[in-house]
Design a protein around this ligand. Structure first.
Ligand code: GDP
Ligand code: MG
Length: 163
């Protein structure tokens, strides 16, 4: 398998909203794969004639004392394993959190190409809020709004070059 995009990040950053947008005309073939701690959703999309699969992780993260060790770590491991490229979603409205740092630490150790999608940049006033995420060291940051779709085309333009 190739052309696989995995969407990772802590809860509530907008991973599933981005997943829905990337797979929007392909909902019919979204498939859920369940396991005790390995739940994830697969979907398909296409960009400029290039087909791809998308993995949405984190659908079943429950509140607990240590959701990183409990759930997020396993899901990020799966993403690193299965994907060709990883989209690390962060939230410009909350900024960097402890969980973001932990996810970044895992991704940094992987050999996969990682792109940061700084989500919830819904309007021009929020441009610039994402600059703090450069400190993670993954290079270019893609400002997006998963809700209104802005920036997702530029992100896809880049992703499809790294399959
Ligand atoms: P996940 O837990 O990472 O999968 O996040 P969800 O996709 O479930 O989204 C979490 C919350 O953030 C929901 O209330 C979404 O409507 C909201 N959300 C997602 N994307 C955006 C966005 O681009 N802008 C804004 N303002 N809210 C968003
Ligand atoms: Mg989700």
């Amino acid at each position: 398998m190739s052309n696989i995009i995995a969407i990772v990040g802590r809860p509530n950053v907008g991973k599933s909203t981005l997943f829905n947008r990337l797979t929007e005309s392909n909902q019919a073939i979204v498939k859920e794969v369940s396991g005790v701690t390995r739940d994830r959703i697969y979907g398909r999309g296409e960009w400029n004639g290039i087909p791809f699969s998308v993995i949405d992780t984190g659908g079943y993260v429950k509140g607990s004392d240590d959701i990183f060790e409990g759930e997020i770590r396993k899901q990020v491991e799966i993403a690193i394993d299965e994907a060709n490229v990883i989209v690390f979603v962060v939230d410009v409205m909350t900024g960097i959190t402890d969980l973001d740092e932990k996810v970044a630490g895992m991704l940094r150790k992987s050999k996969k190409k990682v792109f940061i999608a700084a989500n919830k940049v819904d309007n021009t006033e929020r441009i610039g809020l994402s600059s703090e995420f450069y400190s993670f060291g993954f290079g270019e940051i893609f400002d997006i709004s998963a809700v209104n779709g802005s920036g997702t085309g530029e992100l896809l333009d880049e992703l499809v070059q790294h399959f």
